[in-house]
Design a protein around this ligand. Structure first.
Ligand code: GLY
Length: 257
């Protein structure tokens, strides 16, 4: 039987002061997994904790756009071939909930006003999102997990990068660059979205031969060191890891850690 495991991150470029929020998210997800919950339940709960943390760049702490608006992106995917992604949604404190609501629908990606209209129809909470003016910590939160059935899930959420134009979408909700899961690994990226998208990062990491460590190292090696990038991953054979070319708070939970 697979051993449940979970890895969370609080964004490349974030520092140790943001570690407590990541630890809290990891503990929340782990409590679900260790009680027999699913990988989907665990990653959604963990990401939601980080969306509610004003220090992290997602949900409540989402960085503001050039026009002062807070437009959020979130996505979730599973190793049984399901995907939900929400882009540039407003007035939605927990976009990961809305993305997860798409997992079992026949459409998988919704954008902007249409995303919020669908969220209204489904009854997801609507409220003004405070947002953050912080010029630093311009990144994402994410979580990968495997549950006792062997199902893997990956979830990410972000406010994007401070000062980007309205309507801009980075890597976070993009299947391939920002997140990937297959029968072997689940991978989430964090960093400058335009650069990560150009590299199709998470997919390239997943298909690189070798251990999870070697896969993540390969992913980081694709970037000039001046570009902040981080990755988390888990493998079906029991590896879990976070790596970045800068500071990145991350946490792992399993029966052994
Ligand atoms: N990686 C988050 C973003 O660039 O939007």
């Amino acid at each position: 039987m697979p051993e449940p495991m979970l890895v969370c991150h609080g964004g490349a470029g974030h520092t140790a002061k943001d570690q407590p929020g990541v630890d809290k998210a990891a503990d929340t997800g782990w409590n679900i997994l260790s009680a027999g919950g699913t990988a989907v339940e665990a990653v959604v709960a963990a990401v939601q904790i980080m969306e509610d943390d004003p220090l992290l760049n997602a949900g409540t702490g989402g960085r503001k756009r050039a026009d002062g608006s807070v437009q959020l992106d979130a996505a979730i995917a599973t190793s049984d071939d399901r995907l939900g992604a929400i882009m540039a949604i407003e007035d939605t404190p927990n976009p990961i909930q809305v993305a997860a609501g798409l997992l079992n629908e026949s459409i998988h990606i919704l954008v902007g006003e249409g995303a919020r209209q669908w969220a209204d129809q489904q009854g997801y909470p609507k409220a003004k999102v405070r947002g953050s003016d912080s010029p630093s910590g311009n990144d994402t939160v994410g979580c990968v997990a495997i549950d006792q059935s062997g199902l893997m899930a990956v979830a990410s959420s972000t406010g994007g990068c401070t000062g980007r134009p309205r309507g801009r979408v980075g890597d976070t909700p993009l299947w391939g660059p920002g997140l990937w899961v297959d029968q072997n690994v689940a991978i989430a990226a964090t960093g400058i979205g335009e650069e990560i998208t150009l590299k199709m990062l998470c997919h390239r990491v997943a298909i690189h031969p070798g251990s999870l460590h070697e896969k993540l190292q390969h992913g980081l090696s694709l970037f000039d060191p001046s570009i902040e990038v981080g990755l988390i991953g888990i493998s079906v054979d029991g590896e879990g890891l976070g790596q970045a070319n800068t500071e990145m708070p991350w946490a792992i939970r399993s029966a052994n850690q």
